[in-house]
Structure formats: structure tokens, C-alpha cells
Design a protein. Structure first.
Length: 105
């Protein structure tokens, strides 16, 4: 299934708007990552544990959005956007959403 941040898909015609679909995940840190983050805060550099955690969370949120798009019979999702928010101490939500559409054959 296609998904894109643009409102159209080059070379394809959107024939039906099926509504907004979304996927989200709330991810929390764990002690091992917090310890490494604290050390990196002192010496500087990328906190790879957090990068990996957020990449996995973003990929899961996308998969959940695409599953919902498939459930409504979509061929693609356009206008995809991401947002994050803090839910509570040591956890955050990643939300991805877009418009499910049908494409001409």
C-alpha cells in the first residue's frame, strides 16, 4: 500500500476519499536507556537506544495506520503526518494519520 506526505500520488488518480485513518503507540523508556542517556548528556553524542526505540515505535504506528486503511478498503494513504506528545513521565506517544483513498486502476 502507498503512503505519502503529499496530497496526491504522482501518476495516479484519487477517485474516492475514505476518511482519516490513524495509528499510534505509547512507548516508555527503560532503565538501561535512561542510564546511557544520562551519560550521553554529560559527554554528548547520539543516544542510540532512544533513536532505536523511537524508530521502532514510528514503524509500529505506521503499520497500525496502514492496517486501518486496509480495513476500509483503501489503496493508499495521502497527507500523512506525524506528531508526538508526552503522556506521562518517561513515556511518549507517536501518532501518525492521513487520508485513506481509493485509486483509479
Amino acid at each position: 500500500m502507498f503512503y505519502t506526505t503529499t496530497e496526491t500520488i504522482a501518476g495516479r488518480q484519487i477517485i474516492e476519499n475514505l476518511g482519516t485513518v490513524s495509528g499510534n503507540i505509547v512507548q516508555s523508556k527503560h532503565v538501561g536507556r535512561d542510564i546511557m542517556a544520562g551519560l550521553k548528556g554529560i559527554i554528548g553524542g547520539e543516544i542510540k537506544g532512544y533513536t532505536e526505540m523511537l524508530t521502532e515505535a514510528r514503524n509500529e504506528a505506521i503499520a497500525r495506520m496502514l492496517k486501518k486503511a486496509e480495513e476500509v478498503g483503501a489503496d493508499a494513504v495521502v497527507g500523512v503526518r506525524f506528531t508526538t506528545s508526552a503522556i506521562m513521565v518517561n513515556s511518549s506517544e507517536i501518532l501518525v494519520f492521513g487520508t485513506a483513498v481509493k485509486l483509479a486502476e
